[in-house]
Write a protein that binds this ligand. Sequence first.
Ligand code: NAD
Length: 543
Amino acid sequence: MSDLTAGAAATEHPATGNPPAPGGGRTVAAAVPPSLVARLAAGVTATGEPSLVETVAPLTGERLASLPQSTPADVEVAFELARRAQPAWAALPVRRRAAVLLRFHDLLLKRQDEVLDLVQAETGKARLHAFEEVLATAMAARHYGRAAHGYLRDKRRGGALPVLTHAVEARRPKGVIGHISPWNYPLELSVGDVLPAFAAGNAVVNKPDTQTALTALWARELLIEAGLPADLWQVVLGDGPVIGPAVVEHADYVSFTGSTRTGREVAQRAAARLVGASLELGGKNAMLVLADADLDRAAAGAVRACFSSAGQLCISIERLLVHRSVADDFLERFAARTRALRLGGGLAYGADMGSLVSVRQLEATTRHVEEAVKAGATVLAGGRARPDLGPYFFEPTILDGVTPDMAVCGEETFGPVVSVYRFDTDDEAVAAANSTPYGLNSSVWTRDTRRGRAVGARLRTGTVNVNEAYAAAYGSIGSPMGGMGDSGLGRRHGAEGILRFTEAQTVATQRLMPIAPSFGLDDRQFAAVMTGGLRVLKALRFK
Ligand code: NAD
């Protein structure tokens, strides 16, 4: 395999295009040798003589790995193994289970370079964006490692009869979680989301996307090294429409991250079995630049908001709403920063943006931009594929003059493309931001943070960031993250992020007298005593 950076250095970038990042770093072949692929592939539950699927490194288009594919029968085996291992794990005290997460946290930080290489090799993203996954995953491990006990401990609740009824709300594990994850954040979305499931005493059968399976398998190995019993986390691979439904078919609860279209299908299958599901889906997120925003900070923030992981981020910004009075000034700064972004794909820090993951993403991005331009949109920066850098590179792109008839206006692109719209009043901006069926993330920029929060409260999105793109809300792990509307159901992070993996059980113990006529009272007298009692309890402000 050739040096990953060779392509970037080989061709002069066009005068108006984004410059390539400086060279450096190692080759994919050196970072992901066949021995590592073979070791990780052994972690897939696939019996007999499994069929193999090849993945390629998006940065260069070179062959990356050949991975075994599971059959629906293998999925059944995976669930059996997980189901057998789960009761002993659930019987451990929460603190013992949480200690595994804390050890995982330390191992991940220590060995981050191994997984940064894998994430870059499998997704093509810049190393800085791969590091965001390490950051988010370590934060989740620390949070649930420290807080799981508090979330899960028995909670004393008001009983049916004060003093006489002792009531406790307990949390029991669901059992085996079916976890289906996409390719765009392969570390964070394979392991980050299920750390709380393990802390709550569950086992997991995970179906990551085959393209990014090595990262998930590496995370599994590391969690086992941190003390997780090996059978507790099964990984199955295969074609989504075949293996995905098999996972849903056996799961006690489904945790799904992916597109809205697939999410609907998963939800319907789960509903038919009466098992719960959390769905983290797509978005068409808006960033609002108010008239009093610090324009330099907002322009730098917009670059992160729109082009992190080449826009293949569910919470990235694809609609930029700017107050008309500052629009020209803001766009000049934003476009200049965007044109200066260095594109590249070395397995080292230094590039500002990497590649798209696949030809599918490249085609979808190209289609949105070309259709919009043909229909009259103007390109303020970028606008083209960059095959001189690698097969799936596309320049970070700003479009102006986008109208509702263009697909890029309402459909999720999931690429490095943002459309600019102008507004005159806060009401107009809020209405425009809320005008899609999605409701995942939003960002508001203003020097008046109180006003920013007030505008944010009117946005119909699961997370709102004031003076930050997405990382402030996503990184606040103690607080829930997820989507409204077509962006999903349920939340990761915070109490909801762990309680979704549990069943609530109320254990109530009655003392001294039954909740029924007794002590010689007839039915009428009992009803009268209880009626009086209810009035007294309300007057005493009992809850
Ligand atoms: P996708 O829906 O095509 O695939 C997601 C996962 O589902 C993959 O593992 C896939 O193999 C599997 N799958 C496919 N068909 C299935 C089926 N019929 N039944 C069960 N599983 C099936 O999505 P994608 O293109 O891989 O990921 C990109 C999408 O994910 C974008 O829309 C993005 O916004 C969304 N996303 C959302 C979040 C979030 O937190 N809200 C995070 C990351 C990505």
